[in-house]
Design a protein around this ligand. Structure first.
Ligand code: SER
Length: 314
């Protein structure tokens, strides 16, 4: 039976992954942790502990206390905040991951590590970005993601730790908002469409980025952790994507449901520079071949669900 610990449970991905893991493996077997003191469903639906990933002693204590065998390590700083606070992004991104990997080595845990489209840079081929290609990111976020991919590979090769991970694109969801990413606009735009029928976009028209709806992202993480390890050649850096669009395309899709929706542009120079250094669309055939990655949601279906969920709630 799996005993799972999740770091960063209160974040955009963690808040939904925790629920799905609890329904699959039993609530008592999935320990939600976060640096912040949380309230609500995460805390009420199963075990929850406060944990700062920089606190190695507490991490080890929790792994022993709950006999953890699998860690989903989600605690991190997103790309735009990482440019405001690069030292913090390094500290949490790298030292946090190092602590998790060391604990996993010592206590024989498997580790899921989310890398990102941010692991690529200006010299990476932008279209159909290959699985194995040039990675020279120009953001601290990207530096931590490339380093993280390498560290996870190292712990697998050198110590036999069962590390696995994907390069997530921008993730769109309606439960918990992302905080400080470059792709956040693709979440904000739905809230703005429902609440004000108007949105001012921080990225210009023509900025294409890979994106994915949360149910596919959750499914990807769990499916990869359950995959037959003998079939995995890449392990810690699978390109995965479900769609690629620019602001004009998502606005047009929203207008099919909210015809009066208006969008104008006020480009944020930091986010524009980051987005311009990332792929337009990744090639995710390695993930499809090695562990059966096959997303369900495209822009049309995601937009229907996002708007209907937010229209009921907001
Ligand atoms: N969503 C992330 C960000 O924009 C990219 O992985 O920072």
């Amino acid at each position: 039976m799996k005993k799972i610990l999740i770091t960063g449970s209160g974040g955009q991905i963690g808040s939904e992954l925790t629920g799905e893991l609890r329904s699959r493996y039993g609530a008592a077997n999935v320990i939600a942790t976060d640096k912040r003191s949380l309230t609500g469903p995460l805390v009420e639906s199963g075990p929850y502990e406060m944990l700062d990933v920089l606190d190695t002693k507490m991490l080890g204590d929790l792994i022993r206390k709950y006999k953890i065998d699998t860690i989903y390590h989600l605690a991190a700083i997103l790309s735009a905040v990482g440019e405001e606070k690069p030292q913090l992004a390094w500290n949490i991104g790298i030292n946090g991951l190092y602590n998790v990997l060391e604990a996993a080595r010592e206590h024989h845990c498997a580790v899921f590590f989310p890398s990102s489209i941010g692991a690529f840079g200006l010299t990476t081929p932008r279209n159909n970005t290959p699985q194995d290609t040039i990675q020279r990111p120009v953001t601290m976020y990207g530096v931590t993601k490339v380093t993280g991919e390498l560290l996870c590979d190292y712990y697998h090769i050198r110590f036999g730790v069962d590390t696995r991970g994907v390069r997530f694109p921008g993730i769109i969801s309606s439960l918990t908002k992302p905080g400080g990413g470059t792709t956040d606009y693709a979440v904000e735009i739905y809230y703005a469409a429902v609440q004000e029928q108007q949105y001012t976009c921080p990225l210009p028209a023509g900025t294409f980025l890979d994106m994915m709806y949360m149910p596919d992202a959750i499914h990807a993480a769990i499916q990869l952790m359950e995959a037959d390890p003998s079939k995995l050649k890449h392990r810690n850096s699978f390109n995965i994507t479900a769609m690629s669009f620019d602001p004009e395309m998502i606005a047009a899709e929203i207008r099919k449901h909210i015809p009066d929706f208006k969008m104008d542009y006020r480009p944020d120079p930091v986010k524009v520079a980051i987005a311009n250094s990332w792929p337009d669309r990744m090639d995710d055939s390695a993930a499809r071949t090695e562990w059966g990655w096959d997303p369900e949601y495209d822009l049309e279906r995601m937009t229907e669900e996002m708007l209907s969920t937010l229209q009921v709630r907001e």
